[in-house]
Design a binder for this molecule. Structure first.
Ligand SMILES: C[S@@+](CC[C@H](N)C(=O)[O-])C[C@H]1O[C@@H](n2cnc3c(N)ncnc32)[C@H](O)[C@@H]1O
Length: 251
């Protein structure tokens, strides 16, 4: 059982309060050793398919020798997958502020193609217009300021480069939503709590999704940050979505 103080902290962090940044960083530092296992277990491996879909949306084949950013990279699954794509000859930077997550991803790809970077998504130590594309999988929801992160990614992208966001969403169809709520708010926190040994991480997850902007609003926020031609596609009955936006300028 978690106590009232923990309950309040989880709610405040999920709602984007001042506690969010510290709560999120500390939580991912602690759950890092079991993160991959729980990801695949709790999503019945569907997460792998979603990440592949998001990588296709990145259209890296337009610049196969380019520099790519895997933002909120966690254990580097997305970056490793991208660097291993047949024909990919570029370089991936996997940025995350939880060092234990980056460490847990060590060995997934050679350092010559994928480098971990300890960095806050809101203040990236990267030059302007340096990257040929960026992808964020299940990460942007966790950043304290969505606006700051979107503007920062926009800054580091070259004109014409794509930002792809893969994120959980709340299904709209009532039957799907009912099953989703049951699983996400009751079953997942129980299994996640037991396997990770963390008291609140998997309670925070469904609550943070509930507070995250729905697809049209996220698209509008991407546009407000300077991305053009923003589109999105719902995945698996609306449980997740892939948003794509292009930094204005050359194609
Ligand atoms: C749910 S994990 C996603 C990891 C990975 N992208 C994946 O697909 O499994 C979210 C990650 O976002 C990172 N994160 C959250 N806020 C961040 C920030 N402001 N700067 C950098 N990383 C952040 C966390 O440390 C965590 O590793």
């Amino acid at each position: 059982m978690i106590d009232t103080v923990e309950e309040r902290l989880v709610d405040a962090a999920a709602a984007g309060g001042a506690e969010k940044q510290d709560y999120v960083r500390a939580t991912f530092e602690q759950i890092a050793p079991r993160y991959d296992l729980l990801n695949h277990l709790l999503s019945f491996n569907v997460d792998r398919r979603w990440r592949r879909r998001a990588l296709r949306a990145l259209e890296w084949t337009r610049a196969p020798r380019g520099f790519y950013l895997d933002l909120c990279a966690g254990t580097l699954d997305v970056g490793a997958q991208l660097s291993a794509e047949p024909g990919f000859q570029g370089f991936v930077v996997g940025a995350d502020f939880a060092l234990a997550m980056l460490r847990a991803g060590k060995g997934k790809a050679p350092r010559t193609v994928l480098a971990p970077l300890a960095a806050d998504a809101q203040r990236l130590p990267l030059p302007d217009a340096a990257m040929d594309g960026a992808i964020v999988a299940f990460g942007i929801r966790n950043v304290a300021s969505l606006e700051s992160a979107l503007r920062e990614v926009h800054r580091v992208l070259r004109p014409g480069a794509r930002l792809v966001i893969l994120e959980f969403t709340t299904p709209r169809r009532s039957l799907v939503r009912w099953g989703y709520q049951l699983y996400f708010h009751h079953v997942l926190p129980m299994i996640g709590g037991i396997v990770s040994g963390h008291r609140t991480a998997y309670r925070y997850l469904p609550r943070s999704v509930a507070h995250f902007p729905p697809e049209p609003e996220l698209a509008a926020r991407m546009s407000a940050a300077g991305f053009r031609d923003v589109t999105w596609e719902s995945l698996t009955a609306g449980i997740a979505a892939v948003h794509v936006g292009i930094k204005g300028g050359a194609c």
